[in-house]
Design a protein. Structure first.
Length: 137
C-alpha cells in the first residue's frame, strides 16, 4: 500500500440500504474498499471511502452511475500505526507541534491509519519522517 492514497467523501441519506448500495456498486466494479468511515447527523450522513490509487477511475464511474455524488476527492496519508497505547498521539503530536490542522482521521480495514490535512504536503513530509523514526514495536 502506498503512503498516499485517495479518499472519496460522499454525502448520503441516513436510511437503510444506502451503504449497501455503495458497497455493491464498488464490488461490481471490482473496487475493494480499503478503509471506510461514516457518520450521520439528522437525516444526512457523510461516508469516507479509501481507495487503491489504481481503482479511483473505476470507483468514480461506479458511484456516479449509481447516483452517488462524490463531494470531495482528495489525497490522504496512509501508513502503519502499531496497535500500542499512544501511537496515534505520537503521530498527531508531530502535526500539532508544526501547527498543522488535521481534518480527517480513520483506520483502514487492515489497521493502517488514514490522515487528511488542509496543508497536505507539509503534513506528509512530517508524517513520513515521523513514521520512519518510530521505535520498533
Amino acid at each position: 500500500m502506498m503512503p498516499v492514497q485517495t479518499d472519496f467523501m460522499v454525502e448520503i441519506e441516513d436510511r437503510p440500504g444506502i451503504v449497501a448500495r455503495i458497497g455493491a456498486a464498488l464490488g461490481r466494479a471490482d473496487v475493494n474498499i480499503e478503509g471506510v468511515c461514516g457518520l450521520t447527523s439528522g437525516r444526512m450522513g457523510i461516508l469516507h471511502v479509501l481507495l487503491d490509487n489504481d481503482k479511483v477511475d473505476a470507483a468514480r464511474a461506479a458511484l456516479e452511475s449509481n447516483g452517488v455524488e462524490i463531494r470531495t476527492e482528495r489525497d490522504v496519508w496512509v501508513a502503519d500505526c502499531p496497535d500500542v497505547p499512544g501511537e496515534l498521539g505520537r503521530l498527531m503530536r508531530r502535526l500539532a507541534d508544526a501547527e498543522i490542522n488535521c481534518d480527517l482521521v480513520y483506520v483502514t480495514t487492515s489497521g493502517k491509519v488514514v490522515i487528511g490535512a488542509p496543508e497536505f504536503e507539509r503534513a506528509v513530509q512530517l508524517l513520513d519522517r515521523s513514521n520512519a523514526s518510530a521505535p520498533p514495536v
